[in-house]
Each structure stands twice: as C-alpha cells, then as structure tokens.
Design a protein around this ligand. Sequence first.
Ligand SMILES: NC(=O)c1ccc[n+]([C@@H]2O[C@H](COP(=O)([O-])OP(=O)(O)OC[C@H]3O[C@@H](n4cnc5c(N)ncnc54)[C@H](OP(=O)(O)O)[C@@H]3O)[C@@H](O)[C@H]2O)c1
Length: 264
Amino acid sequence: MSRLTGRTVLLTGASGGIGAALCDALVAADAWVIAVGRDAARLDAIAARHPPGRVSVVQADLATDAGRDALVASVSRRDITPSVLVLAHAMGGFGLFEDQSAEALRALVDTNLTGALLLIHALLPTLRTHPRPAVVAVGSTFGSLAFPGFAAYSATKFGLRGLMEGLSREHADSGLRFQYLSPRATRTAFNTPQAEAMNREMKVAQDDPDAVAARLVAAIADGRRRLQIGWPECLFARLNGVLPGLIDRNLRGQLAIVRRHART
Ligand SMILES: NC(=O)c1ccc[n+]([C@@H]2O[C@H](COP(=O)([O-])OP(=O)(O)OC[C@H]3O[C@@H](n4cnc5c(N)ncnc54)[C@H](OP(=O)(O)O)[C@@H]3O)[C@@H](O)[C@H]2O)c1
C-alpha cells in the first residue's frame, strides 16, 4: 500500500508529456486523479487508459481568472475533494529575451507563476480540510540556475521555488506540505526543435518522462521538500547558489551556441 493510496490528486498539466506519465504513475500508486489541461481530447485519451472514474477530467486555461475559477468551482462541487495539488503545467519559452514579444512574456508569467500562485491560494482552504494535505510544484533546474535563452522561463521557475519555500516556512508548524521537485531536461513536446538541437550540441542529458514521473511520485509519497533530478544538474544547481561566478564563466563559454540555436 502506497502513501498515496485512496488519495485524490488534482494534477495540472496532465495532458503534457511529464503530466500524462505522472497521471499513470499516480494511478499506479493507487491515487485518484483529477486531470487538468486545455486539450480535452488528450485528457480524455489519458483517462481512457484507466478504469472508469479513476481519472476525471477538467478542461481549464490556468493563465486566466475565468479558467481557474471554473476549475475551483468544479472541484468544490465534488463529493470527494483533492488533498494533494500537483502543479505540472507550464509554458516553455526558449529564445533570446529581446526577441520575445511582450505578449509572449506576459503569457509565460501568467501561466507558470501567476496561474500557479493563484490556484494554490484558491485551493488551500479545500486542501486543508484533509489530513496530510500537500502542494507539489514541478519546478526545473532553471529554477535554481538561470540559463541564457531561458531568462524569462527561469524567472518564473525561480519565482515558483521562492513561493514554495516561503509557504513551506509559513506552514512549518502545520501538517501542510509544500514540495518543489525539479526535473532536468526531459523528452517531451515542451522542448522546441531549436532547444532540442541546442541540448544535443551542448550534450545535455535528457530523461524519459516515465522515469521522471516515477521519481516525482516517489518524492511526493515520501513528502520530500526538495528534489533536483539528475547528475550533474543537482551539483550545478547547488553550485550556482554558492559560487555563481563559476557558472557565469562556464555559460559564457557556451553563449555562442545558445545564441545560434535561439535565433534559428
Ligand atoms: N520537458 C522538460 O525538458 C522539462 C524540464 C524541466 C522541467 N519541466 C517542467 O515539467 C512540467 C511539465 O512539462 P512537460 O515536459 O510535460 O511539458 P509539456 O509536454 O509541454 O506539457 C505542458 C502542460 O502544461 C499545460 N498548460 C500549458 N499552458 C497551460 C494553460 N494556460 N492552462 C492550462 N494548462 C496549460 C499543457 O496543457 P494543454 O496542452 O492541454 O494546453 C500541458 O498539459 C512543467 O512545469 C515544466 O516546466 C520540463
């Protein structure tokens, strides 16, 4: 019996590469899943892989007030409300900052940071009606180590990490857990062909989404506060905190590669 047995998990980004694998791994751990995304057909296909009722689907655009309000209303109408919120939705954003439009930057922040923050805020009262509630944010290596070509995306993930750290400290004397769990590069549609080509040239390792989901579900069940998947990513993420100049120098040497792919 897993520590997720019988628990209801609200999973955002369930139609994505890591999210779909997470949905399967959560069901395998005996949880019930409310799968959230915008792509209804993809969500229905994921739900159909599981016994009827095990995965229910809610279509919502989390970058908008209306989308979040509709999701919260739909959750509150349920007989059994979620005790675990897993935030696995996000937009990518590979490109040079000055080449990105103000609209694209706003959408990135609205989706990855504001959407996540306001959804946590709206769902906390519901989560807290359960014993051992948890909020889990799927972060990124770039939430600890900002990368050229991903400046705005890194900003959203740094923000998310700060939010989870602050909330965890604010609730340190309660049973409410806040977990920030970071994959490294993972083979999903999240990475544009340009980002994939850059990763290949820079010899960045890429994980399989099922393997990432297995690590994330184990960390959720164990209540781990923080996780950085991958070596040397876990070393570099820590090093950036204590000796950022070292990382500056290393990335300065790779800047021409980043610029070339970002401008392709
Ligand atoms: N893949 C990587 O290399 C990698 C590395 C480190 C961290 N991560 C993180 O891992 C998480 C999952 O990434 P992934 O690889 O699974 O990405 P993905 O395949 O691109 O999936 C992204 C998911 O986010 C959802 N989404 C995006 N905008 C949304 C919005 N406005 N409202 C509601 N849902 C929205 C998408 O839903 P629809 O498609 O239904 O719109 C989709 O389910 C993200 O937090 C990402 O930052 C990924």
